[in-house]
Design a protein around this ligand. Structure first.
Ligand code: NAD
Length: 397
């Protein structure tokens, strides 16, 4: 009865007792270290029965005092100040890379060589060349690999994908996405790793743009060609210690026009100079039968419009609350309308990867693999090349 009413059952007859344990080694203990650790802990009792039970073996970082505190806070059994040493720990089967972009390639390639499955934060690498080496390593060693494009695991986004995949939206004409934040609009905001090409690869493009590029590929398909511009509004910023200034060597914003293989056209834009915009990732897709709209700051909702809906007097965009037990991921959580947050996307993403590890299933097409990370990097490189050369660039993987 509970299911008919759209309610989730709070505890089933199924048990987690037979689920295997998977030892986790985490690199980085700041923003993503916190988000991923939180998901590992929630997963075994919310995604029930769990495909596997993450065992938090170790966390790595450079500062001993801080990494020791992180291990205590998140419940890791031990810590390392050297990730190479952590990768020699036999108890670890899954390496989770939440370090800055310059620490993605080396540790991920070493983890693959050590036979560890890998979850790596996005963007996979600072360039397509670097991403290709990472893809080669995981392909050669046969480990499972995923890139943390977590927005694929927002229930409303997965629902959008299902509507498109089923043909309900018809032929896709347009994909329009923006990802806007405000935190760099203050010219006195100090230098961070995200502002140098050496550490980050690119700026708003790799940080925010990579997410909407991934959603474009996930929802509409492969881009054929891009044309783009970039801008760096503030070229020097104070160093964090207040002694001098550092050079900003990445884009502060980009805008791109995209043509897809299937004939759809689209626009992509990202900026960290948008006062008032906190984490505004919004997209709209127009098809021959209707339209979809999504806004990350209202992530439980999917706006839909059906062209032939009747009665015509009430035709218009509807706001669908994607929280029923029959919506994607809904059965794991709460009764309808008891909304989810940003952090839950990581629970879905990691559960999907654990399922692939335990049952030897594919991470693709619903999860992003290193192949997706590589293709994403090719598109990012093409956007930079277009901005530099003033030409349209064909996408070649
Ligand atoms: N999926 C998402 O929504 C999302 C959101 C934010 C960041 N990210 C990505 O996650 C990654 C990390 O970003 P963040 O915001 O957590 O960064 P952060 O600066 O908050 O944390 C980086 C962590 O890595 C550690 N670190 C830095 N250099 C290191 C080194 N050489 N060796 C070992 N540890 C090192 C730092 O001490 C810190 O713990 C980036 O690739 C970023 O693009 C993804």
């Amino acid at each position: 009865m509970a299911e008919e009413a759209g309610f989730t059952t709070m505890a089933g007859t199924k048990a987690a007792s037979s689920a295997p344990e998977i030892g986790v080694g985490m690199l980085g203990y700041a923003f993503m270290g916190k988000a991923h650790s939180n998901a590992f802990k929630k997963l075994p009792y919310m995604v029930y029965p769990p495909p596997a039970i993450p065992r938090l073996i170790a966390i790595a970082g450079r500062n001993e005092e801080a990494v020791k505190e992180a291990a205590l806070r998140y419940g890791y059994e031990t810590y390392y100040t050297d990730w190479e040493q952590m990768l020699r720990d036999d108890r670890i089967q899954l390496f989770d890379n939440g370090g800055p972009n310059d620490t993605h390639a080396g540790p991920c390639i070493a983890a693959a060589q050590a036979g560890k499955h890998i979850l790596c934060e996005k963007p996979l690498a600072r360039s397509a060349k670097e991403a290709a080496a990472m893809l080669e390593a995981v392909t050669r060693t046969g480990v499972k690999h995923a890139v943390a494009f977590n927005y694929r695991f927002v229930p409303a986004i997965r629902q959008a994908r299902q509507l498109i995949e089923s043909g309900a939206l018809g032929e896709i004409y347009h994909f329009r996405a923006v990802y806007l934040q405000e935190w760099l609009a203050d010219p006195n905001f100090a230098m961070v790793w995200r502002l140098t090409k050496e550490l980050a690869g690119s700026g708003a493009l790799g940080d925010l743009g990579a997410h909407i590029i991934d959603l474009a590929r996930f929802l509409v398909g492969e881009p054929r060609q891009v044309s783009a511009i970039t801008q760096t509004f503030v070229k020097q910023r104070p160093l964090p210690d207040g002694l001098g200034v550092g050079q900003v060597t990445v884009d502060d914003a980009f805008a791109a026009v995209v043509e897809f293989e299937n004939g759809a056209i689209g626009t992509l834009e990202a900026s960290r100079f948008s006062p008032g915009r906190k984490n505004y990732q919004a997209l709209e897709i127009n098809g021959s039968n209707g339209s979809l709209r999504f806004n990350l700051e209202r992530l439980n909702e999917l706006e839909v419009y059906w062209k032939d809906e009747s009665p015509r007097e009430t035709r218009g965009f509807h706001d669908v609350l994607v929280t029923e037990s029959y919506h994607p991921f809904g059965s794991n959580w709460w009764p309808p309308g008891h909304i989810l947050g940003w952090e839950h996307t990581f629970v879905h993403e990691i559960a999907h990867l654990l399922e692939a590890i335990v049952n030897d299933t594919d991470v693709a097409p619903y999860g992003a693999t290193f192949d997706d990370g590589y293709k994403n990097a090719v598109i990012c490189d093409a956007i930079l090349e277009s901005a530099e050369s003033g030409r349209s660039i064909h996408i070649r993987y």
